[in-house]
Design a protein around this ligand. Structure first.
Ligand SMILES: *Cc1c(COP(=O)(O)O)cnc(C)c1O
Length: 401
C-alpha cells in the first residue's frame, strides 16, 4: 500500500486508523498451504484472537481456511461470519466445563487442555470426539509472556501424563480424535519446532483413533528491515516428509493442522497515527501521537518492535526520536528510533499492525477505539467505525446516590 494511498485514507477516515491489506493476508495463506502441499490432508485454522473483525473472518472463509477460537464469543463471531461448525476448532485454556459443553453441542471440534475437565467431559459426553492439548515441554518462542511450552506453563497436559489420558479415554469410553500442541509465539528456529513435533509424533502413536494432529503455531514474521521470519518452506519440506511417514506407519491419512495468527495477518496491517506535538527535552526529542497503548499495547506489554515510517515526509533526513502516546502514564512506542524528520501533524505509519493490535485495544483514558479499513483490489472498505461517546456510555448506568 503506497504512502499517498494511506494518507488519503487518513484524510477520509480520520486518525488514528488501522488499515489491512487483503492481498497480503491471501499471499501468506497461500504460502503456508503451498509449503505443505506434499501432505494430502492439510487444514489451516486462522487464530481469530489475532484480529477478529468479522470481515477479516469472512475473507478467511473465502480462502477456504478454518478458524481456531479461544472463547464462546470467538466461536459465535465465526458462525456469524458463515463458518461451518466443523471448520472451527475451540482451544480454550482454563474455561469452565459449561462453556466447553455448550460449544461441543454446536458441533465444533473441542480441544481440552487439562485432565480434570477431560474426565468430567468424557463421563457425560462419551460420544463427542475430543482433541487433547499436549505440553511437550519445549522452550520455544520469543518473549517469556508468549512462551507457553515450558515445564511450569499453565497450558496443555504434560506429555508425561499420557498414560493418565489413556486411562480416562478407556474408563469413559470417549474418543480422542486429535492431539495438539502450541508452544508459543515467535519461533524462529525450525529445529526447535521439529523437536517438539517429534515429541508429539511419539505421543500420537499411543492413540488409536486420531483424525488429525494439530501443530499449533507460533511462526515468527519479520519486524525490522532485514529481519527473517520462520522459514515456512523449509518447515514444509521437513515436517511434510515426516508427517507422510507417520501416516504410513499409522495406517491412515490423518489431517495435518496449523492455527497461525501472526503469520497470516501481522504484516497485512498498518497503524496510522498523527503527531500532536514534537517536544524537545534536555536529552530527547519526543514525538507525541494521537494514540497510546489503549490502541496498540504490544510495545508496552511485550517490548515488541513496530517499525515506524513518517509517511508525510518519507524522503526526510532521519533523526532520533522517542515516539510516545497520550495516555497518562508511561506509554512508549519506540525509544531512540531513527525516523524521517517529524513535524507536528505528520502521519506516522506503524508496520506489523495486523496481529494483536486492534484485538488488544481498550477504552483506557476513555478514548474511542480507532476505525478499521480493509483494502482489497485497491478499494478501501470501512470494516469498523470509529467509536463515539454512545459506545463509551452504552452499558453504563447512571445512578444518583
Ligand atoms: C494465540 C494462539 C495461536 C496463534 O499464535 P500466533 O503466534 O499468533 O500464530 C494459535 N493457537 C493457540 C492455541 C493460541 O492460543
Amino acid at each position: 500500500m503506497k504512502n499517498n494511498f494511506l494518507l488519503d485514507l487518513v484524510a477520509t477516515y480520520d486518525s488514528p486508523l488501522y488499515v489491512y491489506d487483503a492481498e497480503k493476508i491471501t499471499t501468506q495463506y497461500q504460502k503456508i498451504t503451498l509449503a505443505f502441499s506434499s501432505v494430502k490432508n492439510v487444514r489451516i485454522n486462522y487464530a481469530v484472537k489475532a484480529l477478529s473483525n468479522i470481515s477479516i473472518l469472512k475473507l478467511f472463509r473465502t480462502l477456504n481456511a478454518g478458524i481456531d477460537c479461544v472463547s464462546f464469543q470467538e466461536v459465535s463471531l465465526g458462525l456469524q461470519a458463515g463458518f461451518d461448525p466443523k471448520d472451527i476448532i475451540y482451544t480454550p485454556n482454563g474455561v469452565s466445563i459449561h462453556e466447553i459443553e455448550k460449544i461441543a453441542a454446536m458441533g465444533v471440534q473441542i480441544n481440552i487442555d487439562n485432565l480434570s475437565i477431560l474426565e468430567q467431559f468424557g463421563n457425560v459426553n462419551p460420544n463427542i470426539p475430543v482433541c487433547v492439548r499436549i505440553n511437550p515441554h519445549i522452550m520455544a518462542g520469543g518473549h517469556s509472556k508468549i512462551s507457553v511450552g515450558h515445564i511450569d506453563s499453565k497450558f496443555g497436559i504434560s506429555v508425561h501424563q499420557i498414560p493418565h489420558i489413556k486411562r480416562i479415554e478407556k474408563n469413559t469410553g470417549m474418543h480422542i480424535n486429535g492431539i495438539h500442541m502450541h508452544t508459543g509465539s515467535d519461533i524462529l528456529d525450525i529445529e526447535v519446532f521439529l523437536l517438539a513435533t517429534e515429541i508429539l509424533f511419539n505421543a500420537a502413536v499411543q492413540f488409536e483413533n486420531l483424525d488429525f494432529i494439530d501443530f499449533g503455531s507460533g511462526f515468527k514474521v519479520p519486524y525490522k528491515p532485514g529481519d527473517v521470519g520462520t522459514d515456512i518452506d523449509e518447515l514444509g519440506i521437513q515436517l511434510g516428509k515426516r508427517f507422510n511417514t507417520f501416516c504410513k506407519t499409522y495406517g491412515k491419512d490423518i489431517a495435518l493442522m496449523f492455527e497461525p495468527g501472526k503469520f497470516l495477518v501481522s504484516e497485512s496491517g498498518k497503524f496510522l497515527a498523527q503527531v500532536n506535538v514534537v517536544k524537545q527535552t534536555t536529552s530527547t526529542i519526543f514525538a507525541g501521537i494521537d494514540s497510546g497503548f489503549n490502541h496498540l499495547i504490544r510495545p508496552m506489554m511485550y517490548d515488541a518492535y513496530h517499525h515506524i515510517n513518517n509517511i508525510s515526509n518519507p524522503k526526510g533526513k532521519e533523526r532520533y526520536y522517542s515516539v510516545v502516546g497520550y495516555i497518562c502514564e508511561s506509554d512508549t512506542f519506540a525509544s531512540n528510533r531513527r525516523i524521517q524528520e517529524i513535524s507536528e501533524e505528520d502521519i506516522l505509519c506503524f508496520d506489523n499492525a495486523g496481529a494483536y493490535c486492534y484485538s488488544m485495544s481498550s477504552n483506557y483514558n476513555s478514548r474511542y477505539r480507532p476505525a478499521e479499513v480493509l483494502v482489497k483490489n485497491g478499494k478501501a472498505h470501512l470494516i469498523r467505525k470509529r467509536e463515539t461517546m454512545d459506545d463509551l456510555l452504552r452499558n453504563q448506568i447512571e445512578v444518583d446516590l
